[in-house]
Design a binder for this molecule. Structure first.
Ligand code: ADP
Ligand code: MG
Length: 345
């Protein structure tokens, strides 16, 4: 048996934030019945926060004393985690606090990051059988992986995004109905049909810095893979869609960038200009649930380290950051030099 002193050394404290309305509204009972017992068994002490409104988690995380906390667990979907990440990064002591391990107990209707992390650690099959158990075990075990985070500068304001930044067709669909999920499930909805029939074009300048992973062979014996940057690309044009992610899954069942790796420092950027036309736009949407969208003719797919969308007088159409809607004249996205640290099996 452990002495009291060594027990105190081993005890971990997690702040657990539950969104009671996430998913089917079962976040709180799920936590009490399925999650908490396992955490206790693993010697984790829990400080519980049940959110009362949107923005509650963000404001608590941005102002609480976290010096005694060894991890923050969200019980909900990507929206709750988005609040936590942005709350953490806007703190005065964010340099020190940004390494704090984050856990996601997947009870939301959209859990792109939890699914991505499960896939990165080859836990996909177990995650799909029981997402709550799989993510709880990861949090209890306490091992973390670095996960890409994007820094978004929107007219001088800073926002952090761990999932996706989009503009145009797919962003419209993302916001105006939660059809992204529906595409995954039923492949085609009346809603996206209508959107395709009235295909919109949006004028702006898109610029990006292509960047790719270089394997060790190409680098002559250096032991790690590294990133190779290419010359910047500028496109002044009319766009149907610009959509990017830094994870593999952007929704529970929606794989957007099958080649994404944890913490690889790459943004997967897709875009379609007006020339691509309706047929390609349709194929793009239809292909997403199978990962076939990236090879549709007229769809450009590049890995980048940063990209910018700019339009004097304001960017028309919907821009979404992790599903949240924003507006502005210039939006600049780059990989954060400080990744997230997420519990993973
Ligand atoms: P889901 O995956 O089901 O969408 P999320 O955890 O992503 O669940 O949360 C969806 C939204 O609910 C987020 O935008 C979040 O800010 C908001 N939210 C968080 N707590 C509450 C609450 N107590 N009441 C209403 N909305 C909330
Ligand atoms: Mg959500």
């Amino acid at each position: 048996t452990l002495s009291l002193a060594s027990y105190l050394l081993f005890v971990r404290r997690y702040l657990v934030i539950v969104n009671p309305v996430s998913g089917q509204g079962k976040g709180l009972p799920t936590f009490r019945e399925k999650v908490h017992p396992i955490l206790m068994e693993a010697g984790v002490k829990v400080e519980l926060l049940v959110t009362e409104r949107p923005g509650h988690a963000r404001s608590m995380v941005s102002s609480s004393n976290l010096s005694e906390i060894d991890g923050i667990i969200t019980v909900g979907g990507d929206g709750l985690l988005y609040e936590v990440v942005n709350g953490l990064r806007c703190r005065d002591d964010s340099d020190r606090i940004s390494n704090i391990p984050l856990g996601i107990i997947a009870t939301g209707s959209g859990n792109g990051l939890a699914r991505s992390v499960a896939e990165y650690s080859k836990e996909d099959a177990d995650y799909l059988k029981n997402p709550v158990l799989s993510t709880t075990l990861a949090a209890a075990r306490g091992k973390v992986v670095p996960v890409n985070l994007m820094e978004v500068e929107l007219d001088g304001r800073k926002i952090y995004s761990f999932l996706s930044v989009g503009w145009g067709l797919l962003a419209d669909i993302d916001v105006e109905s939660e059809v992204l999920r529906a595409i995954g499930e039923s492949r085609f909805t009346i809603w996206s049909f209508l959107r395709l029939a009235k295909l919109r074009h949006y004028k702006a300048q898109l610029s990006y810095i292509p960047c790719e992973r270089v394997s060790r062979d190409e680098l002559n014996g250096t032991s790690r893979t590294s990133l190779r940057e290419r010359d910047p690309v500028f496109i002044d044009g009319e766009f149907i869609s610009v959509y990017s992610t830094c994870q593999s899954y952007i929704g529970s069942d929606l794989i957007f960038a099958p080649k994404a790796q944890p913490g690889d420092g790459l943004i997967h950027l897709t875009y379609m200009t007006k020339d691509a036309g309706r047929a390609s736009a349709t194929q793009f949407l239809l292909g997403i649930d199978k990962g076939a969208h990236l090879s549709v003719s007229g769809v450009s797919y590049v890995t980048v380290k940063e990209f910018t969308i700019r339009c004097a007088g304001g960017i028309n159409g919907t821009i979404t950051i992790d599903g949240e809607r924003v507006t502005g004249e210039e939006i600049k996205i780059k990989i954060s030099p400080r990744p997230l640290h997420v519990f993973a099996l």
